[in-house]
Design a protein around this ligand. Structure first.
Ligand code: NAP
Length: 263
């Protein structure tokens, strides 16, 4: 499995498993681990933390080989909320804790300070943000001297920004792509399907491969066992430069949710 290097030195799997609205509880998370996923994304407000924690604890895979991502909310104390997430998960530490979204006012430097403390106390290996603009990332970095390792944002060929890509590349921040399958809404796009047919792959696999070749890390969610396997089978083909250009050109700042929060 390919890994991405975080600016703190840790390795992070190139693809992760999303668990928002996941069905089937720990059984489904177990199926993802068995399929080969080594990064699991959850959050206190998904209701899936207990199932994720249980699947990780009961797995034969050593804890150190699983990269667990969870989140704290913008109105919480970063340190206390991290402790609370670990209790809910039943785990000793997280690999990455994110501020789920910026507060309504300001960038949340106080919450960020709490996450820095959580990292110092060994409750999490790394810390990052989600749904942040470039300005908000700069604000918390300048306020504390600590740069996020990741910005988790809605990201697909239909909806992304060059500005965020270039900002993150030049600051050593990895983009984690949420709703990378457009929540299923654009899988019937003809361009996507055409590229898939050429490689004997599905639209979903093309979307995930686009992320991997861009150096961004997709977090597909799937409750269906076939989808779980299909989405992990994306390391045995390569999109050409031309195909990447075509996919890049599909951008219309599309969002399957409430708009691209960072754009
Ligand atoms: P997504 O991964 O883009 O799409 C999930 C949907 O696609 C499900 O309906 C799933 O169906 C379907 N699907 C999965 N694989 C498929 C395949 N191979 N072919 C056809 N359909 C397929 O959407 P998402 O859940 O919004 O995003 C992924 C993860 O990102 C979340 O689970 C969560 O962990 C994270 N996220 C984070 C934020 C944030 O604010 N930080 C926001 C949204 C999401 P089945 O389930 O039936 O298989």
């Amino acid at each position: 499995m390919e890994r991405l290097r975080l600016h703190t030195g840790a390795g992070m799997p190139a693809i992760g498993f999303g668990t928002w609205q996941l069905e089937g509880g720990a059984e489904t998370v177990r199926a993802a681990l068995e399929a080969g996923y080594r990064m699991i994304d959850t959050s206190g407000d998904y209701g899936t933390q207990p199932a994720v924690g249980r699947a990780i604890r009961e797995s034969d895979i050593p804890r150190a080989q699983v990269f667990l991502v969870t989140k704290v909310e913008e109105d919480e104390d970063g340190l206390e909320a991290t402790r609370d997430r670990l209790d809910d998960l039943g785990l000793d530490y997280a690999d990455l804790v994110l501020i789920h979204r910026p507060p309504r006012h300001g960038a949340g430097s106080d919450i960020w300070e709490g996450l820095i403390q959580a990292k110092r106390q060994g409750l999490t290996r790394d810390i990052g943000v989600s749904n942040y603009t470039t300005d908000q990332i700069e604000e918390i970095t300048e306020a504390t001297g600590e740069r996020p390792v990741v910005n988790q944002v809605e990201w697909s060929p239909f909806g992304y920004t060059r500005e965020m890509l270039e900002f993150c590349r030049s600051n050593g921040i990895v983009i984690q792509a949420y709703s990378p399958l457009t929540r299923g809404r654009r899988l019937d796009d003809h361009t996507l399907q055409g590229i898939g047919v050429r490689h004997g792959k599905s639209s979903a696999q093309v979307l995930l491969r686009w992320n991997i070749q861009l150096g961004t890390s997709p977090l597909p969610k799937a409750s269906d066992r076939e989808h779980i396997l299909e989405n992990f089978t994306v390391f045995d083909f390569e999109l050409s430069h031309e195909e990447m250009d075509v996919l890049n050109g599909l951008n219309e700042r599309y969002s399957a949710l409430a708009g691209l929060a960072y754009a």
